[in-house]
Design a protein around this ligand. Structure first.
Ligand code: FE2
Length: 448
């Protein structure tokens, strides 16, 4: 009889030892700690015909959202297709095939089909959750977890991960009070759950509770910042509070010593770095050589056009560093990519390409064109993935363009919108002051 995973499902081809390593790898991914690839490789060395071992390894690479990671995912897929497998495991193989073909939505649906029969399949659940994030499907971030919650309990291993994912889904759907509550519950069960830590960080970001966010991150730093491959993103969240408060020196310090200290070439890390520099750039702050460093890190993948959300952030770095050649390469590869099919095709055509063109226009001082392009996509930009907090950079670019182009009616409308959502934000207050200095629409308002 096959050994079982921590949630009680059979693991074809595993030994007791490789099943233990698999359980360890699952826990590592759920907390984003240590090295789940190394752990699953050790399991596969012990049991080369371990079906879920190969599947998990494939997902780990697919989740990188980088073209360069795909050959490893394909190798794992090829290793598993001829092995005997249960229905559940066959479902995973089918999902991997979809993702490898570039069909993110098809892959997610294949994982959902597994979950209908195996609601405690944590690999299906976490992979689908992360892809819900990559395709910007907030409702599914919340409800895919809700559909399974009654079939779980605190006595089942890894329950904290379920609560942490639910917390993030609730946060992306604007249910901040419950998001905070579930995030705290997850952390109580597992103090190292970096996803739950992050879900609560989002709540404080979205509600403009900057000091509480700073306290939340700094007081718990030993839990989320050490041996954690999500730490750059969580450092970015901490820097975001300081940025809102206008404590730019602290932002620069976090950027240099935490966000870019190891010059990571992981796309998810480069996204955070670019986005922070772009926010500083929009405020007219000179970030110096930091632009050329991050642009250099993006350069090898400038022509990949693999994931539109990454393209957008690479473009910030190319525009910010004045590397017009690389910026043109991004635009040209996107144009080539459009029409070739797959989930990223639509993301690029509808969102990523217009937004990259908007950044390019911004760089050339054509703020009117930037405004046109961003206005055409801003309310559907969730379709290329990321969180509300990350995509706020789109709105920030738009409002800055509105000021620079003298479109003060637009600047005022956007400022009103921002203030209604986050009245405690010093940055939003600054936009309002700037409007008063420019005296926009006051005359009309008084006449009316
Ligand atoms: Fe985040």
């Amino acid at each position: 009889m096959s050994p079982k995973d921590p949630q009680g499902y059979s693991l074809t081809g595993a030994s007791e030892k490789s099943a233990e390593l698999y359980a360890q790898a699952l826990s590592e991914l759920q907390c984003y700690i240590d090295d789940p690839v190394a752990t699953i490789d050790a399991a596969l060395a012990e049991s080369p015909k371990f079906v879920m071992g190969h599947c998990f390894r494939a997902f780990l690479h697919i989740l990188a959202t980088e073209r360069a990671a795909m050959p490893e995912a394909e190798a794992s897929f090829n290793a598993v297709t001829s092995l005997p497998a249960t229905d559940r495991e066959t479902g995973h193989i089918a999902a991997i095939q979809k993702f490898l073909a570039g069909d993110m939505h098809g892959g997610i649906e294949a994982l959902e089909s597994i979950l209908l029969d195996y609601p405690r399949d944590v690999v299906a659940l976490q992979t689908a959750h992360l892809f819900d994030f990559f395709v910007g499907d907030a409702r599914s971030l919340r409800d895919r977890i809700a559909r399974r919650l009654p079939q779980w309990s605190a006595s089942i291993p890894n329950y904290h991960a379920l609560l942490g994912m639910y917390a993030f889904g609730l946060e992306e759907m604007g249910d901040y009070r419950r998001a905070e509550d579930y995030g705290h519950q997850a952390i109580e069960l597992n103090t190292r759950d970096a996803w739950a830590q992050h879900a609560v960080a989002h709540v404080y970001e979205m509600q403009g509770r900057q000091q509480q966010g700073i306290d939340w991150m700094e007081s718990r730093q030993s839990h989320w910042a050490t041996d954690n491959f999500m730490s750059v993103h969580n450092w970015w969240h901490l820097a975001m509070y300081y940025l809102d408060l206008g404590q730019i020196e602290r932002v620069m310090d976090l950027y240099d010593n935490r966000i870019r200290n190891d010059r990571s070439e992981v796309a998810l890390d480069m996204v955070d770095a670019s986005s922070m520099l772009w926010r500083l750039h929009l405020r007219g702050i000179d970030v110096g050589e930091r632009w050329s460093e991050i642009a250099g890190a993006w350069d090898p993948v400038a022509s990949d056009a693999f994931y539109a959300f990454n393209d957008f952030h690479a473009m910030m770095a190319f525009v910010g560093s004045g590397n017009n050649e690389a910026a043109r390469r991004v635009l040209a590869s996107q144009e080539e990519r459009i029409g070739q099919g797959g989930s990223n095709d639509a993301m690029t055509a509808q969102i990523g390409h217009p937004l990259c063109k908007a950044l390019h226009a911004f760089n050339h001082g054509d703020y009117g064109r930037t405004i046109e392009l961003i206005r055409s996509v801003r309310t559907i930009a969730n379709r290329f993935g990321g969180s509300h907090a990350q995509r706020d950079v789109i709105d920030l670019t738009l409002i800055e363009s509105a000021f620079r182009d003298g479109q003060l009616g637009l600047a005022q409308a956007l400022s009103n919108e921002r203030m209604a959502l986050k009245p405690t934000s010093p940055l939003n207050a600054q936009f309002r002051r700037r409007l008063q200095e420019d005296k926009p629409l006051q005359a009309q308002a008084n006449v009316a």
